[in-house]
Design a protein around this ligand. Structure first.
Ligand SMILES: Nc1nc2c(c(=O)[nH]1)N=C([C@H](O)[C@@H](O)CO)CN2
Length: 117
């Protein structure tokens, strides 16, 4: 199976478990790998048959705009469900990185895999 990917996508959302985080929006970095058979798109040279990564980004931005989770786990899990349903993606890996505010680490976050390749 082929892969359509999006790396280093920056989005803003309300996220955090601490009180000070509930009244501001923070930046998350997203990396996605999505299984997709590209043969039909390659043969037809038609965006209609491709997993349109611009549309995926637009969905993620809309999702992040309305989301207000405490944990990156919840954000990632719900986002994966939405994307797989809306685009018919069979398998995806999603890494969500949060800047380490007040924590002595450059990056913090999680990586999930959903579905079957
Ligand atoms: N496994 C997790 N641990 C923590 C999370 C999280 O979302 N998942 N969140 C926080 C705080 O919100 C922190 O990011 C504030 O800097 C702490 N631990």
């Amino acid at each position: 199976m082929d892969t359509v990917f999006i790396k280093g996508l920056e989005i803003e959302t309300l996220i955090g478990a601490y009180t000070w985080e509930r009244s501001l929006r923070q930046c998350l970095h997203l990396d996605l790998d999505m299984a997709w058979d590209i043969h039909k798109a390659a043969q037809s040279d038609d965006l209609e048959h491709a997993l349109d990564y611009a549309q995926v980004v637009a969905h993620i931005q809309a999702f992040a705009h309305q989301a207000q989770y405490q944990l990156v786990e919840s954000f990632a899990d719900h986002l994966a469900v939405h994307l797989m349903q809306d685009f018919g993606i069979r398998w995806m890996r999603l890494r969500v990185t949060k800047p380490g505010v007040n924590i002595h680490a450059r990056q913090l976050g999680i990586e999930i895999e959903r579905g079957q390749r």
